[in-house]
Design a protein around this ligand. Structure first.
Ligand SMILES: Nc1nc2c(ncn2[C@@H]2O[C@H](COP(=O)(O)OP(=O)(O)OP(=O)(O)O)[C@@H](O)[C@H]2O)c(=O)[nH]1
Ligand SMILES: [Mg+2]
Length: 454
């Protein structure tokens, strides 16, 4: 008799080019058995016909799981207000298609998008509104909505403006009656992920690079050539467009592994025991709304040699410093943390709770909440990993993003109506709205992100 694994209750939506790539590559990898299939259904949507077709072909996505909407056909070129309107004007076709794919019994949605473009950045807040209204009013139930948002590479001031707007907008929507925003926003930074890939052991990098046909020496030389030290003294990673396309191929796997691990505690699987029992919706109850994930996927803990506490401390320190998908500096001071320790039963042990909590404390602000979860597998040979989700940590690169955004806003400000027209034409918004977004983030993160406090 075969035992059927219970079905996942998670629905994934990829919106815009970046979102489509993330969802498409997750599913392509899970079909090949390279990632666990933790998503029940998915939809990939875009306002750009060419990009949507490309994603369909590249990841072998069936037609019913893709949606071209709005009459733009070629995307919205970074104009997020057009991205927002495109979703609002296509409410019925979006909801019908989602319903056609079957969202009965779904406990929540994971939305994947970039924050720097227009279709996904602007479309995401609109999509969340549609989903919230639909489920609250018509199905009379609450669902969780998590947004995986990709922050841009360095020195792309227009994308920085969009990212600041998107973050402020999504957080503001949470304040509306009935919470019209996402429950969590997970920050995946292209500049950090690229730095992570480039600083990997040369051997590993070469292996990754060989898949894209790029040569590490060329890549490093190109990055050095285009690099300028930023305010924080970090390596800057602004890239020419053609390189950027290649780089997302390199960095997406980092994000995907982390996403698969994050979904793990909420998805029942044969041979896996989760302690304490965790619903993926629990993340939202235990974490602050802006989250930086960090995953160490090659964890070695040897309980038999003793000193598990110091082994865990080393692992936590390494994970926070070297594996976060958005750079958190050396002292994240997070307000909350959710940890997932996964592996064979002798490693993923709930008895390690006090040791793990102690190991996490140096990375948290005083009074922060700590929620450890353990995913223990029957299989002794399974690799162990440590996933840490940091709620509202320091995010020094938001400082850079804000500086880039402020410079662009400043550039187009002035007494001249004609000059200010840029805000309407390029972004479909006003200077005041963008300035408010800047202020929101400075207030929320300001204390954390002064360069001298990194
Ligand atoms: N990590 C990652 N980043 C990507 C990927 N594709 C695009 N990006 C980033 O996404 C940003 C551009 O946003 P897109 O997703 O292309 O924009 P869009 O939502 O399609 O919106 P428009 O093209 O403006 O209509 C840039 O910061 C890119 O570096 C990807 O597959 N992975
Ligand atoms: Mg696009």
């Amino acid at each position: 008799m075969t035992v059927e694994a219970p079905e996942s209750e998670i629905f994934a939506i990829g919106i815009g080019e970046c979102g489509s790539n993330l969802v498409g590559s997750y599913l392509a990898k899970s079909k090949k058995g390279e990632l666990p299939p933790r998503i029940r259904e998915y939809l990939v949507m875009n306002t750009d016909r060419g990009d949507l077709l490309k994603a369909r072909k590249k990841y072998s996505i069936s037609k019913k799981r893709t949606l071209l909407y709005s009459d733009a056909e070629i995307g919205v070129g970074g104009k997020f207000s057009a991205g927002y309107d495109a979703v609002m004007n296509s409410q019925d076709i979006i909801l019908n298609q989602l319903q056609g794919l079957g969202y009965e019994g779904i406990s929540g949605f994971c939305i994947f998008t970039s924050f720097g473009g227009g279709t996904g950045c602007g479309g995401t807040p609109a999509l969340i509104r549609l989903l919230r209204e639909r489920f609250a009013k018509e199905e009379k139930r609450k669902i969780f909505i998590y947004v995986f948002g990709v922050l841009p590479f360095d020195n792309q001031s227009s994308e920085a403006v969009n990212s600041i707007w998107a973050l402020s907008r999504l957080l503001r929507l949470q304040l509306e009656e009935g919470n019209m925003g996402p429950d969590l926003i997970l920050l995946l930074s292209n500049r950090t992920m690229l730095n992570r890939v480039l600083s990997m052991q040369r051997g590993e990098s070469v292996d990754l690079l060989s898949k894209t046909g790029l040569d590490l020496a060329d890549v490093s030389a190109e990055v050095r050539r285009t690099s300028t030290p930023n305010v924080l003294g970090q390596v800057s990673t602004d890239l020419p467009v053609k390189m950027e396309e290649e780089f997302v191929e390199l960095i997406n796997p980092l994000a995907l592994d982390c996403i698969a691990e994050m979904l793990s505690p909420g998805v029942p699987e044969i041979g896996k025991e989760v302690l304490p029992t965790t619903d993926i919706g629990d993340f939202a109850l235990k974490l602050d709304s802006v989250v930086v994930p960090a995953m160490y996927d090659d964890l070695s803990i040897f309980p038999e040699i003793g000193g598990v506490g110091s082994q865990l401390s080393t692992a936590v320190e390494y994970t926070a410093a070297n594996c976060s998908l958005t750079y958190m500096g050396t002292n994240p001071g997070a307000s909350s943390v959710f940890s997932v320790l996964s592996g064979p039963k002798d490693i993923a042990r709930v008895e390690f709770d006090p040791l793990l909590k102690k190991a996490l404390t140096p990375f948290l602000a005083k009074g922060a909440s700590i929620s450890p979860t353990y995913c223990a597998f029957d299989d002794d040979k399974i690799k162990s990993s440590l996933l840490l989700l940091f709620g509202l940590p320091k995010v020094p690169e938001l400082y850079n993003l804000l500086e880039e955004a402020k410079s662009l806003i400043e550039l187009h400000s002035g007494d001249s109506e004609l000059k200010q027209h840029w805000f309407k034409r390029s972004k479909g918004t006003t200077q005041a709205e963008l300035q408010n977004a800047v202020q929101d983030l400075e207030k929320l993160f300001g204390y954390y992100m002064k360069p001298e406090q990194k």
